[in-house]
Design a protein. Structure first.
Length: 491
């Protein structure tokens, strides 16, 4: 690998969801040559794939927007999934990036070549293209986890995962079974309880519910936002949002501190004061600490779950029968439609695409123990490959758009090394990454996520797979890479 590049860099962006759209906009601003590869026929990522009733982003809408593209049109403090999809479609057109997106183009392979300092990208169609830099924006929660329940394949009604919503399945006036009580399951309970004949919510573990305000914006308020974007900033940077993000990350990293105590008190009071029936209250009382699993922000779940149409089943499912669900105690619930709100394989990231870095190192081998990336972005042995929302990034109840924008600041500065012709590739050194992981794992074990519950935040060894420090520490880390942690190749 010698010499500088004679021409500009060629970028591949994998995925046209929130993060891939961000990368495309930023690359276009810099006048870079890039292609976005999207396996589906539409942009939107998680907001394209999830269409379940009640789909809402529990991050305030004005905070779940690109900082450079505020959106006065949000209908309410929290936006629905459909609105968010419309927002991204508008952004893609406004910034003129749609022509740079290849739809129906699933990336199946990426192979690094040291001699040419390039990535060879292969699509499912067999087409091959060569790039200098790869931005992996393929998302986190996109491989549905379908539970291994005996008899599921013999169920004769409609049965589907929440990310594969079946619009033809009976809901109105039907007997619906809903397995799973994460953010998704809870949102579905709030949306369909008034439509069904009966909703059996199969709840293996109850959840702590953080009460949050909900209100719609009037047309007058939207007109005011259009006229004065400072009003939007006032929401986005309000103590209500950004202050909460700081308090939340302080809480999860200082689990016996005052912020965590406050969260626990809010959630406990919410349960005590909102749920009337003592039997139901005990069913809904978690036996682990608040925020250990992703905290659920909801303004209406406890109302919904107390409706006469809803029954919370806490017993163990023995098997799925053709027309119902049989519990271990012999009870059978008749079910027309079975909804699996059972979450995602959170350790996949760009996989199943095969990624091979230097010296034949595969991503599967590098991630054999756990998915990891340096500051959630770069991987030793995989030069010029940058992840947005990669493993070990911040997770919790805040905007992943903000996270991705900060990550882009970091990535852009590493790409600048290439733009300046200082070398043909940058890669984090194995030693720097190992030191980061050692620090991160030690800290992660002491966060609330490691306080003794199961969740998708935990890796196969039970270690929280997340950023274990404060939001301010993340902000500082993203502001400028530690260039001494990187090797510049091909100088
Ligand atoms: P999840 O949080 O992983 O929850 C999965 C649920 O399914 C859990 O209640 C789990 O029980 C249950 N489950 C899994 N397998 C089961 C089985 N075999 N039998 C019975 N129950 C089973 O998944 P999710 O609700 O789809 O949410 C995933 C993530 O997506 C969230 O944490 C969040 O990050 C994101 N999300 C965000 C929003 C938003 O508003 N921003 C909305 C939806 C989702 P256990 O707890 O006992 O394992």
């Amino acid at each position: 690998m010698t010499g500088n590049r004679a021409t500009g860099l060629r970028f591949a962006v994998v995925g046209a969801g929130m993060a891939g759209i961000l990368a495309a906009i930023k690359l276009r601003e810099r006048g870079e040559v890039f292609t976005v590869f999207e396996k589906a026929e539409r942009i939107g990522g998680t907001w394209r794939e999830n269409r379940y009733p009640g789909l809402t982003c529990d991050v305030p809408a004005h905070a779940y927007t690109y900082s450079f593209e505020p959106y006065p049109e949000w209908q309410a403090y929290y936006a629905t999934g459909a609105e968010i999809q419309v927002y991204f479609e508008k952004v893609v057109d406004k910034y003129g990036i749609r022509p740079s997106i290849r739809f129906g183009a699933e990336v199946t392979g990426l192979v690094w070549d040291d001699a040419s300092a390039t990535w060879t990208l292969t699509l499912a169609s067999g087409e091959v293209q060569v790039f200098d830099v790869v931005i992996v924006a393929s998302g986190v929660l996109h491989h549905p986890r379908v539970p291994d329940l005996p008899g599921l394949d013999r169920f004769e009604g409609a049965a589907f995962h929440t990310a594969r919503w079946d619009d033809s399945a009976p809901i109105d006036g039907a007997k619906v079974g809903l397995i799973g009580c994460g953010s998704t399951g809870v949102q579905i309970v709030t949306a369909i309880n008034a439509r069904v004949d009966r909703l059996v919510h199969f709840q293996r573990s109850p959840q702590w519910i953080m009460p949050v305000p909900y209100f719609t914006y009037s047309e007058e308020e939207r007109a005011a936002f259009r006229a004065d974007p400072a009003l939007i900033d006032a929401i986005r940077f309000s103590d209500e949002y950004i202050g909460n993000v700081r308090r939340f990350t302080d809480a999860i990293t200082d689990i016996d501190g005052p912020q965590m105590k406050a969260i626990e008190e809010y959630c406990l009071l919410n349960l005590e004061n909102s749920v009337k029936d003592p039997v139901l209250k005990e069913k809904l009382r978690p036996n682990y600490r608040a925020a250990c699993k992703r905290l659920i922000y909801s303004w209406s779940y406890y109302d919904a779950v107390q409706q006469p149409s809803v029954f919370v089943e806490t017993g163990r499912i023995a098997e799925i029968e053709p027309h119902g669900v049989r519990m271990a105690d012999g009870t059978v619930h008749a079910i027309d439609t079975l909804v699996l709100a059972t979450g995602f394989h959170a350790d996949r990231f760009i996989r199943p695409a095969g990624v091979t870095g230097q010296n034949g190192l595969t991503l599967d081998a590098f991630w054999a123990r756990r998915p990891t990336a340096h500051y959630a972005i770069t991987l030793p042995g995989f030069p010029n490959l940058f992840m947005l929302n990669g493993p070990t990034g911040p997770v919790g109840n805040f905007s992943l758009i903000d996270i991705a924008e900060r990550q882009w600041t970091y990535i852009d500065q590493l790409v600048d090394v290439l733009r300046r012709g200082e070398g043909r590739a940058v890669a984090v050194t194995p030693a720097a990454h190992a030191a980061y992981e050692e620090r991160r794992i030690a800290a992660a074990k002491t966060t609330i996520f490691g306080s003794g519950c199961s969740s998708w935040y935990l890796d196969a060894e039970g270690v929280p797979a997340s950023w274990p420090w404060s939001y301010d520490a993340f902000d500082a880390a993203m502001a400028k890479p530690k260039f001494e942690e990187y090797a510049v190749l091909g100088t």
